[in-house]
Design a protein around this ligand. Structure first.
Ligand SMILES: Nc1nc2c(ncn2[C@@H]2O[C@H](COP(=O)(O)OP(=O)(O)OP(=O)(O)O)[C@@H](O)[C@H]2O)c(=O)[nH]1
Length: 248
C-alpha cells in the first residue's frame, strides 16, 4: 500500500544562475486544481477519470486501494491549467488511512453513483456528509454524476429523481457512461465544466506545491501501478446550469 509523505514540503532551492529558472517559474505560475472523485465502490470512478485523461475505457480495473492519481493539462479560454484528479477508493477498508489526505487542498468534488444501482444513489448523502465532516467549503464547485447509462435495460435511478437531488444540493447533474465511446465528450464536459468554474474562481494551490514536477509531487499515489488503470470518462449534461457551463 502506498504511503504518504508530507503534503507541503518546503520550497525547493533554485540556483539563480540556472537556465532552468525560467522554466521553473513558468511551471509555478500554471494554476493547478485538485478534484476529488468520490462515491461507492464499483460505480466507475476509475473508469471515468481514465476516460477523461486517456480518452479510453480501461481494459481492466481493480478496486482502488487508497487513491489513484491522474492529471491532465487543458486550455481554458487561453489559460493553460492542470487538473489533478484524485480517484479515491469506494471501499471503506481501502479508504480508512488516507481519507484525511483526500480532503486537503481540494478545489472541486465529483460525486459519482451508478444509475443501475439504487443503493449507490441512496448513499450520496453519506458522501456529502463526509465532505462536511472534513470541513470542505460548501462553496466549492460540486458535480453529481450518474454513470453506466449504457446499460439501458437496467436503469434503476431515473433522471428526475437524480435531478431533484442535484437541485437540492445546488449541483449540476451529468448522466453518462465511461464505457460508451460515443459519450466520451460527455465525460469531458464534466471536467471542463469544473475547469471553467475553477478558472474563474480565486487562486488555488500554494505556490510551492505547484512547483513540484509529477515525479516529485509528494501527494502522488499510484497504488495500482498499471498504465491500464490510468484514465477517464464521459457525461451528459442534464441541467440548465450544465448547459451554461459546458465547455463542449
Ligand atoms: N457498463 C459499464 N460498466 C462500467 C462503466 N464504468 C465502469 N464500469 C465497470 O464497473 C466496474 C467498476 O469500475 P471502476 O471504475 O473500477 O469503479 P470504482 O468506482 O473506481 O471502484 P472502487 O475503486 O472500488 O471505488 C468495472 O467492471 C468497470 O468495467 C460504464 O460506464 N458502463
Amino acid at each position: 500500500m502506498a504511503s504518504f509523505q508530507s503534503f507541503e514540503p518546503p520550497p525547493r532551492e533554485v540556483k539563480p544562475s540556472s537556465g532552468a529558472v525560467k522554466i521553473v517559474e513558468k511551471q509555478a505560475q500554471r494554476r493547478i486544481f485538485k478534484i476529488i472523485v468520490i462515491g461507492d465502490s464499483n460505480v466507475g470512478k476509475t473508469c471515468l477519470t481514465y476516460r477523461f485523461c486517456s480518452g479510453k475505457f480501461p481494459d481492466k480495473t481493480e478496486a482502488t486501494i487508497g487513491v489513484d492519481f491522474r492529471e491532465k493539462s487543458i486550455d481554458v479560454d487561453g489559460e493553460h491549467i492542470k487538473l489533478q484528479l484524485w480517484d479515491t477508493a469506494g471501499q471503506e477498508r481501502f479508504r480508512k488511512s488516507m481519507v484525511q489526505h483526500y480532503y486537503r487542498n481540494v478545489h472541486a468534488v465529483v460525486f459519482v453513483f451508478d444509475v443501475t444501482k439504487m443503493s449507490s444513489f441512496e448513499d450520496m448523502p453519506q458522501w456529502i456528509e463526509e465532505c462536511d465532516r472534513h470541513n470542505l467549503n460548501k462553496q466549492l464547485p460540486r458535480i453529481l454524476v450518474g454513470n453506466k447509462c449504457d446499460v439501458k435495460d437496467k436503469i434503476a435511478v431515473n433522471t428526475n429523481l437524480a435531478q431533484k437531488f442535484a437541485d437540492s444540493h445546488n449541483m449540476p447533474l451529468f448522466e453518462t457512461s465511461a464505457k460508451d465511446d460515443e459519450k466520451a465528450n460527455h465525460v469531458d464536459a464534466i471536467f471542463m465544466t469544473l475547469a471553467h468554474k475553477l478558472k474563474n474562481a480565486k487562486p488555488m494551490m500554494s505556490p510551492h506545491l505547484a512547483r513540484f514536477t509529477p515525479g516529485e509531487r509528494p501527494e502522488v499515489i499510484n497504488v495500482r501501478g498499471s498504465p491500464h488503470h490510468r484514465g477517464l470518462q464521459t457525461a451528459n449534461p442534464q441541467s440548465s446550469e450544465n448547459k451554461d457551463n459546458c465547455a463542449c
